[in-house]
Design a protein around this ligand. Structure first.
Ligand code: ATP
Ligand code: MN
Length: 463
């Protein structure tokens, strides 16, 4: 008995004549002239294996239970396939049923479903073409990200998820408490007595690991974080999640130019990796989701990113003659419509915008000599807008203290952050990439809810 169990991905690489057992979920079943054709998928690759069951090869009782969505093991011999698009198929000698799936109620039918409908059945959507492809790409992307940094001697640091420091107010924070919300303990003047809470003061889910990342950068030189991030942004947009994954490299001795160069190399490397390792999945997205995905990614992997200062970008937006939903004035933040215009129309490729007004950026960004702008950089890409936000950090103790004061922030909780500027301070810089924004760029999927396994958005935390 030579039936060796292999994944379907592996089976496609085996020689004709190999005896194998495949296990997976039935995508479809078709009967024709006494022969049954079954598409079996186990998630190991996009393509399903075609199983061919000749009349009488397996008992009717068994074959009856092979329906779309059922789980089976099929043993047989790999033979050359007459069908186009596949070298081999499995000529079945035996089938074992694991679990049936009633065709009358199984929600995933062969006909296409809308992405909105599939979102409501997140426990099953992963068995569809679109989500199979999306999460294989996501896996390859995370691997590429670690490989990129590890090959360049970056140290991976796990920054805390529960925090008591509000990183710049990057977004609204979720509170973490064990107090009884019906009847919280009160101080004599009637306020909530946080001293009685678990951490003895208010605590939150992190909006960024950057500040702690800086601690590590000032000891290990080059570090990165890669973890979940939480923002209670009560805005329902196709590009914001309440829980998302962020990659934040932080480098000592890097200035803004080094930071930008790293961001560009990083994006190109990860794009190249996914192009090389997920061809089949990307081809699916290119055909069914966004016709420009492959061409764009190939182009970006080879081209130089554009560069423009915020001040010049404002000029470009003004002279475009467009009527913007959000007004364009020096001093106001760029909105998605502006970001997309710059990358899609002006540069037609990713573009890095630098030197934003200091009043619209975080307190820790290094102030330029003009006293009005900071060494910030945002990478904008077509279709998505902002994908990376970064900056050179303010390393001067006195300037940083002043910035905290100007931002109306209390110095005290930042005592350790300020200490980094008192003991062995160096120029340093870093950036944050939103994993899901990158996923949108890679797949062409237009709603961020479709590139994370279980999206959390206002009013929704199912599954
Ligand atoms: P935006 O202006 O798009 O809301 P931001 O300026 O608030 O983003 P940063 O604080 O610079 O974002 O965060 C760094 C990166 O994290 C962003 O470039 C983006 O890729 C990603 N990101 C930020 N907020 C979210 C979110 N709510 N959901 C998903 N990704 C996000
Ligand atoms: Mn930003």
């Amino acid at each position: 008995m030579g039936f060796r169990f292999v994944s379907i991905k592996h089976a496609f690489g085996l020689a004709v004549g190999s005896e194998t057992t495949l296990r997976g979920w039935v995508r479809s079943r078709r009967d024709s002239k006494g022969i049954t054709f079954i598409e079996l998928n186990d998630g190991s690759r996009f393509k399903s294996m075609q199983l061919v069951v000749d009349a009488g090869a397996v008992p009717d009782e068994t074959l009856k239970q092979v329906t779309t969505g059922s789980s089976i093991a099929a043993s047989g011999i790999l033979v050359e396939s007459p069908a186009k698009g596949q070298a081999v198929e499995l000529k079945v000698a035996a089938i074992q049923i694991y679990g049936g799936a009633d065709p009358a109620t199984y929600p995933l039918q062969k006909k296409g479903h809308s992405l909105e409908f599939l979102r409501e059945i997140s426990h099953l959507r992963v068995r569809s073409n679109t989500f199979g492809a999306a999460f294989r790409v996501r896996n390859a992307l995370t691997h590429a990200i670690h490989t990129f940094f590890q090959e360049r001697d970056f140290i991976y640091v796990q920054t805390p998820i529960i925090t008591t420091s509000d990183c710049e107010g990057a977004g609204q924070m979720f509170g973490v408490t064990t107090l009884n919300l019906q009847q919280p303990p009160r101080t004599p003047d009637g306020k909530v007595d946080w001293q009685q809470d678990f951490f003895g003061r208010p605590a939150y889910l992190t909006v960024s690991g950057q500040l702690e990342g800086e601690i590590f950068a000032l000891a290990f030189s080059k570090v990165y974080t890669f973890g979940p991030t939480f923002r209670a942004e009560n805005s329902n947009t196709p590009r914001h999640l309440a829980e998302f994954w962020m990659i934040e490299p932080e480098m000592a001795f890097y200035e803004l130019a080094d930071d930008m160069q790293l961001a560009e190399e990083f994006l190109k490397y990860t794009i190249r990796y996914v192009l090389d390792h997920c061809r089949e999945d990307l081809e699916f997205f290119n055909q069914f989701i966004e016709k420009s995905v492959l061409a764009t990614l190939e182009h970006v992997a080879e081209s130089q990113f554009g560069h423009i200062t915020y001040t010049d970008a404002i000029q470009e937006l003004k002279k475009s003659g467009r009527s913007w939903e959000f007004p364009v004035e020096w001093g106001s933040d760029l909105q998605t419509e502006h970001e997309r215009f710059l990358s899609e129309e002006v540069f037609k490729k990713p573009v890095i915008v630098t030197d934003y007004p200091k009043d619209i950026k975080a307190f820790y960004m290094r102030v330029n000599d003009d006293g009005k702008t900071v060494r910030a950089m945002d990478v904008l890409v077509p279709r998505v807008g902002e994908i990376i936000g970064g900056s050179q950090r303010e390393e001067r103790h006195d300037v940083l203290r002043q910035r905290l004061r100007d931002a109306g922030l209390d110095e005290k909780p930042y005592w350790w952050y300020l200490d980094l500027r008192r003991y062995g301070s160096v120029p340093h810089a870093g950036f944050g990439l939103g994993l899901e924004r990158m996923m949108m760029y890679l797949t062409g999927l237009k709603n961020i809810r479709d590139v994370i396994p279980f999206p959390r958005t206002p009013g929704n935390a199912d599954f």
